[in-house]
Design a protein around this ligand. Structure first.
Ligand SMILES: Nc1ncnc2c1ncn2[C@@H]1O[C@H](COP(=O)(O)OP(=O)(O)O)[C@@H](O)[C@H]1O
Ligand SMILES: [Mg+2]
Length: 202
């Protein structure tokens, strides 16, 4: 009986990823301390600060531009040699309406400036632009994981799918703690992190 219990605990512990817990706590803190609201919307420097804040305890490269070329599926993100110029260009892209903001998000995804953690940090960066420029954010719980990945894979060629998908999930409830926390859970779930619920942390 006790041996069985021990085995069960071992299995559960092996499934727990402490990195998920550490960066989710940071994601909540980022909202609650007002850190996010102080950042300038739509700049790479802001994304870098978000990335550093989320991942400084778990990635040695938190906040730093990658120095290797990377790909996902059949897509190669911006080569390192063009990355800095690309990020400067993205900084100057307009962001005065929903379509422009999503186009900017798609370009930032193509740049993929970090070795890891681009998805989770860039979705927070996107919400900050939407919030400051059009008074809305995405309720990520309304965005299905598979639909999201299909639309993102397609986005370097055509942005219509990702625009349609994200537009349906917009909410004006931009300071709602529950929407934010469940949104973090959804965003981490897209990337395979789904052991901890934000509402249970802290
Ligand atoms: N084939 C693809 N083409 C373009 N973008 C993609 C592709 N696959 C994944 N992505 C984007 O990359 C993100 C994941 O980047 P990654 O650096 O691994 O972030 P994280 O570590 O937060 O998972 C996804 O959320 C998606 O936006
Ligand atoms: Mg990843």
């Amino acid at each position: 009986m006790s041996a069985n219990t021990g085995e069960l605990i071992t299995i559960q512990m092996s499934q727990i990823n402490p990195k998920e817990r550490i960066s989710k706590i940071k994601a909540i803190k980022m909202f609650e301390t007002g850190f996010l609201n102080k950042l300038e919307a739509g700049k790479f420097e802001t994304l870098s600060k978000i990335h550093k804040y989320l991942f400084e305890d778990i990635f040695p490269f938190a906040g730093e531009i990658r120095s290797e070329n990377i790909a996902k599926g059949n897509f190669r993100f911006t080569p390192v040699m063009y990355l800095k110029a690309s990020l400067e260009h993205i900084d100057s892209m307009p962001q005065s309406n929903f379509d422009e903001i999503i186009e900017k998000y798609v370009e930032m995804n193509i740049a993929h400036p970090f070795r890891e953690g681009n998805g989770r940090s860039t979705r927070i960066w996107l919400d900050l632009i939407l919030k400051k420029e059009i008074g809305k954010v995405i309720d990520w719980n309304k965005v299905d994981k598979e639909d999201y990945f299909l639309a993102m894979e397609r986005s370097p060629v055509k942005t219509v799918e990702i625009k349609e998908l994200l537009k349906k999930a917009l909410t004006s409830d931009t300071n709602n703690r529950e929407i934010y926390m469940k949104g973090i859970d959804a965003s981490y779930h897209y990337e395979g992190y789904n052991i901890f619920k934000s509402s249970d942390l802290k």
